[in-house]
Every structure is written in C-alpha cells, then in structure tokens.
Design a protein. Structure first.
Lengths: 324, 326
C-alpha cells in the first residue's frame, strides 16, 4: 500500500522520504557555513553557541512532539506559561535559606504534572479542542505565576546555576544530559507500548480505539509528559538566563516549529526525535543570522513565522503527493 | 446541534424535536441573558452607566471584541480555529494609527493587503493541507512582528474622520449599539442568505459532500478567512478610535476572548453553524464582565484567568446539560 506509484525514484529521494529530518540537518550545515563566513567567529565557536542554547528548546519540543504525534488537533499551547510557573515555584522553594534543591525541582515538576492533568481533563471530559483548552489553561496558570511572583525575594540557588554553566570538553553538561533525555524519549516513543499507542492514535484514533488501546489514558500521559518537560526546561532556563515572567514566551512557536521542521507530521502519527535537534539548531542559527544581519526582535519573530508557514506548505505538499 | 437538525429533521419524533428545540432556545438565550445580567450588575455598582453617555462609553470599549468575535465565528463555522486574530487586530490598530492620519493612501493599501493576506491563510490551509491551528499560529507571529515593526513603542493617533465617526450621537440609541446591530445584521445576512456563507457553513458541516457537489473548497476557505480579515480590520480601526493610539501588543487577549464569546453565544467548535447575534451578545457579556472586575477592584493579575474560567464553566455546564448534543 505504501509503494509509490512513481516508478523512477532514486535512492536519495527514498532516503529523504524515510528520513525527512535530513532536510533540517542539511539546512543546519548551510546556515552554519553561512554564519561562519558572515559573522567571522570561527567554525567551532559558532556551533558551540548553538548547542548551549538548543537543549532548552529541545526538551520543550520533545514534549510538544509527543502531543503533536497524537494527531487529531492535539497541540500544547500552555508550554510558554508552564515554564515560568514551574521556575517560580521551584526556585521559590529551593531559593529559601536552607531550602533543598531536590525538593524545589520536585515541586516545579509537580506543577508540570498538574498542568498536564488539567489540560487533558479539559480535552477529554469537556471535549474542548486542545488548542483552546491549553490556551485557556495557559491563561489560568499565568495568573498563578503572577500571583506567586508578586512578592518574590528568593535568589537563584547557586548549585543550580553552576550546573547550567558546567562544561566538559567545551560542551555544556546540560547538552549531554539533553542528548541522554532524547535517547530515552526515542526509546519510549518507538519501543514501549505507550509510545506505539501515541503513534497509533495519531494515525487513526478510531482504529486505535477499536484495537483496545487505552486512548484516554495515553492522552493524559502525553500531556503530563509535555507539562513535565516544559517545567524541567523552565527551571533550568531560569537558572541559566535569569528568572523572569516571560522566559517561555519565545518557546511556543519555536517548539512547534522545531518539531515540524524536524520532519514530524503536523497531523500526527509519525515523528522523529532526531529531527527535533535539527529543527532546534536550525531555528537558533536562523535567529542568530537575522540578528547578525541587524534585524530587530520583531523582524526575527516575523522571520520565524514566515519560515514555519513556508516549511508547512512544502511539508504538506510532499505528503499529498506521497498519498497518491 | 442545529445544523444537523436542519439537514435531517427527526421525523416522527416530535417530542425529541421539541426537546432539542427547547434546549436550543435555552442555549441561544444564554449569552443575551448574561449580557443583560452583567449590565444590571454594573449599573447597580455605578449608576452613571445607565445614561446615554455612560452606555456609549461602556459599550464602545466592547466594539473591538465584537468584531473579533464575529471574525472568530466565521472561521469556527467553517470548522477551523483562528489563534491569530488578536495579533492581527493589533497590527491593523498599529497601521491605522500610524499611517492613516498622515499617509492615508499607504495606510489603506496596507489594510487591503492585509485582508488579502488573511484570505491567503485560507489558501495555505487548503493547498498545503496544513491544520488551521498551526497555520494561524505561524501567521500570528508574522502579525505580531509586523505590528512591532510598524509601531515599536505604543503611539500614533486616530485619524480625525475616524474619531468623529465614532463620536456620532444618534438620538435615543447610543452609537456603539448601532454599530453592533449593523455588524450582526451584515454577518447574519452573509452567513445565512448568501451562497458563499451557506457554502462556508456546508464545509464546516460536511467537507466531503461539498467537494462532491463540485464547489471549490479553496475559494470558500479563502472567502471565509478574507471575511475574518475584514472584520479584523474593522476591529483594529475600532481599537484605534477607542484608544486614540496604537499598541500592537495590547489586543493579544482578544484571540481567546473572541473564541469564548462565540462559545458563550451558542457556537459549536465542530463547525457548520453560525449564530452572529449570540457571538456579539457573548462579546458584550465578556466585555462587561471585565469592566465589572475593575469596578469591584479585582487585581488585574486575576483578570486574565477570568476568560479561561468563563470558557471552562460554559463548556462544563453544556456537558452536564446537553448529554447528546454533540
């Protein structure tokens, strides 16, 4: 059934169809060379800057990828609000004199779990479209964050800050940890019963239901996973770049873009963990390129928006051709 | 759902039909009742609002949300969701306050171009087979960025003719009410009396049957988003008139508020259905609710979550009461 009707297909195009994330990495290499030439900062330092920042986006995007893989309009728009929520609650506990870092991080991650549960309950019980539900939940937790941040005096715990700055052979420890996390995510998505359930629901929810898959439970787990990963990223990002109310704001479109650029189908059912890295680094390079070219933050936003629309247009096209 | 009931009336089950109709009447009168209730509450706290000028002041700040809600309604009726209308209104607000007073031709060309660009989103969704959510989300960043390019810091001013238009004071009926009635009448006429509007609702109800019927879904989706863009421009102009300045970021909340207004006004996410009067009444109710919070001295920290709570409560109430309405 999947056999293409086109007879003359080169090995290359077959490879690209099977591994669409190669596109993202090809684009990364082009931009990498371009940026090295334009900014004149050297080949290696250019990439070093990218892999320092990419992990925070990759962590968030892996959660978004699981949600998008569910298909049927699933998407998590609460991510940019979950990140500061978790950061404020985690550092609020850990930053107190004598506060425990482990307890703080646990509290932050618990915030993520709660957001995921509320999101999925709204979607399942109230049948609110995921986009509206996660946005509404986002507004609710934004209020919670504002209230929590109103009388804030806690300092960033030094061990946490040091952890985000530690490096091994010029590569941040956070990046290594994020690679391990990605491998774990890939193992969950491709090897476990739960992960295959996520893909099956994205391919055909009716078939998944008839096959006896626990659809509701899978949806809850997936939104919880996304919430926890957003919380994790938020806590570490706050330690790395400072605690502000809007630390998550650029991560909404970026998380969707990194997932889609990485070859994951927006309609669900098929996803690539490797591609998320390609997509995230590509986005980082694009933003750097635009700012080197002297573009303001506003123009960078526009560039990101235009980029995602163009990629979507082509990604959608190839899929349609494939189906015929 | 009414649209389904119109297509396949439950023949020979008049009791069921009556029950459905009664539920539909309750559902449709929810938003107007909420708007009137909110108004009475506000009037009890602040008796000045019950006068001609008080009502004008109170309701003119609701016009941007009314326009945004009608834009959301048109898009929801085709079965899509638009998460970019707030930033789009912010952009048109920025353009109309920055260019219309001094470079009138340029300003109008940009606004017309934006309506066309909005209908381009419809084309993108149809041609690229892109989910509307992601397409409108991507576009929203373009609107946001463009708004900040036009107006990096809040500023600008309303063109004179726009201010004097909004300051019209017809006898007896405050002008904002006239604007709302005109907008409701025009949208209702378009959605139910024209073939394009019917086509848009038909796509929302059953895409396959429209395709088999030989209508161009591309055209219908482009018209749908074009109309939403036009309503967005009206919304942006009204923000400019009400605030007498431009601030691209300040309209961002309208996205979710508009969706909430449509749902409060008996709207359905599944598409195929349009009840403009309900959406506008919902918009007025929500706008009055935010004014009420100000009169009650509720901290602005909490105001953002009011919409989320309103939306969840309505949908929860519907799940409890309707049972089989989906």
């Amino acid at each position: 059934m999947n056999r293409p009707t086109v007879l003359s297909r080169s090995a290359l195009s077959e490879l690209l169809t099977a591994h669409p994330w190669i596109w993202a990495f090809a684009a990364v290499i082009v931009e990498w060379v371009l940026l090295t030439v334009i900014a004149d900062r050297g080949f290696i330092p250019t990439m070093q800057a990218q892999i320092t920042l990419a992990p925070y986006l990759v962590i968030v995007s892996i959660g978004q990828m699981f949600v998008i893989t569910l298909g049927n309009g699933n998407i998590d728009l609460s991510i940019p609000y979950t990140m500061p929520l978790a950061a404020y609650f985690a550092i609020g506990v850990a930053g107190k004199p004598g506060g425990s870092l482990a307890v703080g991080i646990a509290v932050g991650l618990l915030c993520g779990v709660l957001v995921g549960i509320v999101n999925s309950l709204g979607i399942l019980l109230l049948s609110i479209p995921p986009i509206v539900c996660t946005l509404a939940v986002g507004f609710l937790i934004q209020t919670a964050t504002y209230v929590r941040a109103a009388n804030y005096s806690e300092q960033l715990p030094q061990p946490l800050v040091n952890a985000t700055l530690a490096k091994l052979a010029g590569i941040p420890d956070v990046t290594f940890a994020c690679v391990l996390l990605s491998l774990l995510a890939a193992a969950i998505l491709y090897r476990t019963r739960y992960g295959r359930g996520v893909q099956a629901i994205g391919q055909n929810i009716v078939a998944a239901e008839r096959a006896g898959l626990p659809v509701s439970r899978t949806v809850v787990y997936t939104y919880v996973l996304s919430g926890v990963l957003a919380a994790l990223s938020g806590i570490f990002l706050a330690a790395f770049s400072g605690l502000t109310l809007d630390i998550g704001s650029t991560y909404l479109l970026a998380s969707v873009a990194a997932v889609v650029l990485g070859g994951t189908l927006v309609t669900g059912g098929r996803s690539f963990v490797t591609g998320v890295w390609g997509g995230a680094i590509f986005l980082g390079l694009t933003v750097t390129l635009l700012s080197v070219a002297g573009a303001s933050v506003a123009v960078q936003d526009m560039g990101e928006g235009v980029l995602i629309l163009i990629v979507l247009l082509f990604a959608g096209r190839t899929r349609v051709v494939q189906r015929e | 759902m009414l649209a389904t009931a119109e297509v396949t009336p439950p023949v020979g089950r008049s009791w069921l039909r009556r029950k459905t109709q009664r539920r539909e009447i309750v559902n449709r009168s929810l938003a107007p009742a909420a708007a009137i209730g909110m108004f009475i509450w506000v009037a009890l706290l602040q008796s000045d609002v019950a006068t001609y000028s008080g009502l004008t002041l109170l309701l003119s700040s609701a016009i941007p949300l009314v326009a945004a809600s009608l834009a959301a309604l048109v898009v929801i009726s085709i079965g899509d969701i638009d998460v970019g209308i707030g930033f789009f209104i912010g952009l048109t607000n920025a353009i109309s306050s920055q260019y219309l007073p001094r470079h009138e031709v340029l300003g109008w060309l940009l606004l017309i171009g934006l309506v066309l660009a909005y209908s381009g989103i419809g084309a993108l969704i149809e041609l690229g087979r892109v989910p509307a959510i992601v397409a409108t989300l991507g576009a929203s960043f373009i609107w946001m960025g463009a708004g900040l390019v036009v107006l990096p810091v809040p500023g600008g001013t309303a063109p004179g003719w726009l201010t004097s238009f909004f300051n019209l004071s017809p006898p007896l009926v405050p002008f904002p009410i006239v604007i709302m009635v005109v907008l409701v009448a025009a949208t209702t006429w378009f959605m139910s009396r024209t073939s394009l509007g019917t086509g848009i609702r038909a796509v929302g109800a059953n895409v396959q049957s429209v395709r088999r019927h030989g209508w161009s879904i591309l055209k219908l989706r482009m018209v749908c988003f074009g109309v939403a863009g036009l309503l967005g421009v009206i919304g942006g102009l009204s923000v400019t008139a009400v605030a007498d300045s431009g601030s691209p970021g300040s309209s961002a909340d309208l996205t979710l508020l508009a969706i909430a207004a449509v749902i409060l006004g008996a709207g359905e996410f599944s598409g195929g259905y349009a009840f403009p009067l309900g959406a506008v009444a919902g918009a007025v109710a929500i706008s009055l609710a935010t004014s009420l919070l100000t009169f009650l001295n509720v901290s602005s920290n909490y105001q953002g979550s009011v919409v989320g709570i309103i939306l969840i409560v309505i949908l929860l109430a519907r799940v409890v009461t309707k049972g089989s309405r989906r």
